[in-house]
Design a protein around this ligand. Structure first.
Ligand code: NAD
Length: 493
């Protein structure tokens, strides 16, 4: 398939360090693919530890000269707002490039990757002028007769190493870049190896918006080399990671050893609980959206469905119909309702977990197979686990369009089942009964609990995980706190 013109205009194949386009120090490159066709789209540099070193040096230099943190907050806000304007002005390019590289439906690339990135930037730009400390009285009695004036101020944490996954490439990058820039930090971003392309174009637009060279650097490379070099680099003050729990554990351990600040946004196995008072049609639509959105490649995907026994058969039948009726295709195809998995490797992993679910006694009531074509398609799949067996599918994150459905008897047992997971990222409850909704909100161990909706995020609403789903919160005031150090000031007079 020829590369669509808007995407071709945005395609860059070198990395961005200190405002310059560079190849890897050893000249090596790796291929990037269109997951809807399996065709190669580009080759980008495979960054070495030496390249990461150069990017961190550029970010450190930009902290002090040309003094990104030293600009007035309003000056930072204006540059960030200009970048948001440029993102919108280049929406077509960025959205086409994201769909080409990630596979998601073009309208979602427009709404979430592009629209969401501009929204997050503007929201965080507004915070640049609102970072506050506090003043307070202390009671230090020595030396006699001495008074004290005490306060706190927030200072940028410094150089941020941002490592992001491939499911929402531009949006996940922006979740980290926007609060970092608002607070005066500088950034070395390592996009996922599958999806590095929109981040490169973003860095170029940032320079055009007036961001000084070195404030935002993008190194393309794999996790084991470039990612690991960034995590252990002594010039990085904070690592902000979004990705799998497995890699998060490695990164957390390394940062613990080095006493480096770290935020971890990790995996999930989010429950969707349908109570017995809801309209079946609404429950089916809600549960389908919770799991199949972005082809199931969502950290908060509602992948465990618990339905009140009296509605269970109807809801599962409805979901099977939705899954069977879903049209798969390229994200550029206006008829397509679901695109491909991001890579052949990921498709194979999803298929393996699906097969494990069936072998362990799950009943595949829809899907259960790969889609047609050279691209990496997987049919949306519904597995009924009517006997509530301890399937791998109930415990492990699939990160694909695979739902496992279970009936439940009463509220106590379903809340216990919902919490019986190593993860705690999101959960939703579907009901019109306010008292039972609040009971579920109180009981569910999850960073976000949705009622009669799922997967909704906003820059004002803190986001992060309980348990193995992570450490720290993004968005809102929490993000500003996460990208600053709190300094106490004590003046004797
Ligand atoms: P992954 O952990 O394999 O990779 C994520 C990023 O980490 C990539 O950029 C990769 O190159 C890098 N990386 C890999 N090994 C590394 C290492 N040793 N050191 C440093 N960096 C390394 O995850 P993935 O498969 O790309 O993404 C899917 C995962 O991300 C899922 O588990 C999903 O739940 C999670 N996720 C979480 C959130 C959230 O906010 N909680 C959001 C989106 C995705």
């Amino acid at each position: 398939m020829p590369i669509p013109a808007p995407a071709a205009a945005a395609l860059r194949s070198r990395m961005f360090i200190g405002g310059d386009w560079r190849d890897a120090a050893d000249g090596r490159k790796f291929a990037v693919y269109n997951p809807a066709t399996g065709e190669e789209i580009a080759q980008v540099p495979q960054a070495t530890a030496e390249d990461v070193d150069a990017a961190v040096a550029a970010a450190r230099a930009a902290l002090v000269a040309p003094a990104w943190a030293g600009l007035t907050p309003y000056a930072r806000e204006r540059i960030m707002s200009r970048l948001a304007d440029l993102i919108e002005a280049h929406a077509d390019e960025l959205a086409h490039l994201e769909t080409l590289n990630q596979g998601k439906l073009l309208p979602w690339s427009h709404a979430i990757e592009v629209g969401g990135s501009a929204q997050w930037l503007r929201y965080m730009a507004g915070w640049a002028t609102k970072v506050e400390g506090s003043s307070f009285e202390v009671s230090i009695p020595f030396p006699p007769g001495t008074k004290y004036r005490t306060s706190t101020q927030r200072v940028p944490v410094g150089v941020v190493g941002a490592i992001v996954p491939w499911n929402f490439p531009l949006a996940m990058a922006m979740w980290k870049i926007a609060p970092a820039l608002a607070t005066g930090c500088t950034v070395v971003l390592k996009p996922a190896e599958e999806t590095p392309l929109t981040a490169l174009r973003l860095a170029e637009l940032a320079l055009e918006a007036g961001l000084p060279p070195g404030v935002l650097n993008v190194v393309t490379g794999d996790g084991e080399t470039a990612g690991a070099a960034l995590v252990r680099h002594p010039g990085v003050d904070k690592v902000s990671f979004t990705g799998s729990t497995e890699v998060g554990r490695l990164i957390g351990a390394q940062c613990g050893r080095d006493i480096r600040r770290v935020a971890l946004e990790l995996g999930g196995k989010s429950p969707v609980i349908v109570l017995d008072d809801v309209d079946v049609e609404a429950a089916v639509a809600g549960a389908a959206g919770a799991i199949f959105f972005n082809h199931g490649q969502v950290c908060t995907a509602g992948s465990r469905l618990y339905v009140a026994k009296k509605l269970y058969d109807k809801v599962v039948d409805g979901l099977a119909q939705v899954a069977d009726g879903t049209v798969l295709g390229s994200g550029f195809d206006a008829q397509a309702q679901m695109g491909p998995m991001v890579s052949a490797r990921h498709r194979d992993r999803v298929m393996t977990l699906m097969a494990t679910g069936a072998a362990e006694g799950g009943e595949v009531v829809a899907g259960g197979r790969a889609g047609d074509g050279p691209g990496y398609f997987v049919r949306p799949t519904v597995v009924a686990n009517t006997a509530n067996k301890p399937l791998t599918l109930v415990r492990e994150e699939v990160f694909g369009p695979v739902l496992v459905a279970m009936p439940y008897d009463d509220m106590d047992s379903v809340l216990q089942q919902a919490n019986d997971s190593a993860y705690g990222l999101g959960a939703s409850v579907w009901t019109n009964d306010l008292r039972r909704a609040q009971r579920a909100i109180d009981a569910l161990q999850a960073g976000t609990v949705w009622v009669n909706t799922h997967n909704m995020v906003d820059p004002a609403m803190p986001f992060g995980g309980f348990k193995s789903s992570g450490v720290g919160r993004e968005h809102g005031r929490s993000a500003i706190e996460a990208y600053t150090e709190l300094k106490s000031v004590c003046i004797a007079y």
